[in-house]
Design a protein around this ligand. Sequence first.
Ligand code: PGA
Length: 249
Amino acid sequence: MTDRKKLVAGNWKMNGLMASLSEVQAMVTGAASVPGVELAICPPATLAAAIGGALKASSIGLGGQDCHAEKSGAFTGDISAEMWADVGAKYVIVGHSERRTLHGETDAIVSAKASAVIRAGLTPIICVGESLAERDSGRTLDVITTQLAGSVPDAAGQTPVVIAYEPVWAIGTGRTPTVAQVAEVHGAIAAAMEARFGAAGKGIRLLYGGSVKPDNAKELMAVAGVDGALVGGASLKAADFLRIAQGCA
Ligand code: PGA
């Protein structure tokens, strides 16, 4: 079971070069200004070792953006959860909508990856979210509960996991759901997790993601049932990332 300290995780996606280490240093320095908020950075794999080293003595955690379900083997281009553990990661994002859409990842694949993250002793950040067509046709809660049932492994009843609600139409678009829409979906996720896992389900932290910016973080993070943010574009710059974290405090 997890505590309810808010978590702000930065998903760098396919962005960042060695020069980005200066931003990481600024994040490390600035983290002291948000002591009540847990921070994590999920860089591309090429930067994992360098950023992991820079974060080692800091309070900011390292995370991966994806992993393979197997421990090792002939899987060219893939990275295992054990490899993320080896570079000091604490989290691995699984089931991001860009993986689901662009790499054809099904709920079963996402569940296998989440299980692999747990097997490696790390915490999966399992993403779910509806498309615009699904929302417009009134199917949001059905889609989310189906994704949860298929993507969250049974082990989530015994070990910490994080769930991120990321409406696909809000990712990278500058559009965000209303406070009422976020509250409705987070409430439904919490209810589904409690129905499946009892008290352990109640302890699962639920992040909101999709166009979280310094200007809207305070409002979104104040919504009942929101335990933090998964931040894409605005996590690349230390000043923006830290202002979002301040919005949680
Ligand atoms: P965004 O991405 O903040 O750039 O919208 C969020 C995400 O995809 O995790």
